[in-house]
Design a protein around this ligand. Sequence first.
Ligand code: SF4
Length: 280
Amino acid sequence: MKKFDLQAKNVKKYIKIKKRCKNITLFEPKSATLLLTKFRNGDEMRDIIGHVSSVETMGTVDGPGVRYVLFMQGCNLRCKYCHNPETWALDGKALNITPGTMIRRILRYKSYMSKDGGVTISGGEPLLQPAFVTALLKLCKFHGMHTAIDTAGVGIDHISEILDNTDLVILDIKATNEESYRNITGHSMQRFNEFLKILDTKPCKVWLRQVIVPGINDTEENVLNLKEFAKKIKNVEKIELLGYHTLGVSKYEKLKIPYPLSGVPEMDDKKLEKLQKLLK
Ligand code: SF4
């Protein structure tokens, strides 16, 4: 009788997992019990290693509520205003960690997360480590946490699966046309456009962000174009303009990389406020 009860309890839990994790094909169970144990501990994912540049345990700007924020290593873009050049190299100085170990660290902070808080995976570009990010998002969903990714939408693989386990996409819109996009990032918009097509098929909520740089995109025309562009994206809850700042300059000096915006002043707050109003 006891055995039967245990099994019934596990089946109930199994159904719960299925609801939380929309796609669990990576972790196909031999039995519900095995799935529970292995999934909870991340044991099925021991061979996946994530490269994490740094973490913030009580973040308040990268998604709703109080959040555990991971900044992943690796980015293929080279935005002129990037203030995190130390995250560019995938094999840069990083914490190398499995999803199981990572979720155990995150769970220590779960009680500090506000009701609407959760976990945000940022970067660098989180989409460049699809196996780790997918596994970690699934574990977060399993443990009942809200999930967000902060991305420029330039990924390589598993994008659909990542979005299936993401509640909120914080999407960095570098530019709305090919020429400006290339000017700012040094790359074509093609991958970003492919990401948008996949995003369009998902129910994720979306926050849009754009960094505004004096002399590059601080015009009313650019902001109105962004407003139009946003209309083509589903479930947009807000659009935020972020003023360019020079806090990253010393990192370039340390890494001996020439700073592309040398001499460009920080964005004026009043002008930024005025531009932000155009988005209402
Ligand atoms: S996408 Fe982000 S991390 Fe990558 S270069 Fe641009 S600003 Fe830096």
